[in-house]
Design a protein around this ligand. Structure first.
Ligand code: THU
Length: 136
């Protein structure tokens, strides 16, 4: 995959925030970087907890940063982690991304030492349930 300047900026933002991940239990650091509808990049890392299930993934941290910073929609998202395997969003994170992204948005899963995997949100979460199902 040839990275555009935007892709390179997203990758670097995900990697920079991954260096600040709090992952003393799994030692598996994850970074996420969102290109938002306001043109800005918002990033977040995983934050673990001694009570293991209470930990946060990187993707909701990035979503929270986006909302706090004034962005509303995800236009592109990178998820980075160690090793060669693409770090794909977990099931819960796919649904969290679904809340703020159209189905054709590309999710780039990247193990830093390997090749990125590019999937649309629809490929990652087929037949998904979303906010439009709920009555207004
Ligand atoms: N993790 C993420 O941050 N995002 C994902 O989509 C997959 C998993 C984190 C959670 C936990 O802190 C560590 O990776 C190991 O599961």
């Amino acid at each position: 995959m040839t990275k555009t300047p935007t892709d390179q900026a997203l990758f670097e933002a995900a990697e920079a925030v991954r260096a600040r991940a709090y992952a003393p239990y799994s030692r598996f650091t994850v970074g996420a970087a969102i290109l938002a509808d306001d043109g800005n990049i918002y990033a977040g890392c995983n934050v673990e907890n001694a009570a293991y299930p209470v930990g946060n993934c990187a993707e909701p941290s990035a979503i929270a940063a986006m909302l706090a910073g004034g962005g509303k929609r995800i236009k592109r998202i990178y998820v980075t982690g160690p090793g060669t395997m693409p770090v794909t969003p977990c099931g819960g994170c796919r649904q969290r991304i679904r809340e703020f992204a159209d189905l054709d948005v590309e999710v780039i899963s990247h193990g830093v030492e390997g090749e990125p995997l590019v999937c649309t949100l629809e490929q990652l979460l087929p037949h998904s349930f979303g906010p439009e199902y709920l009555p207004k």
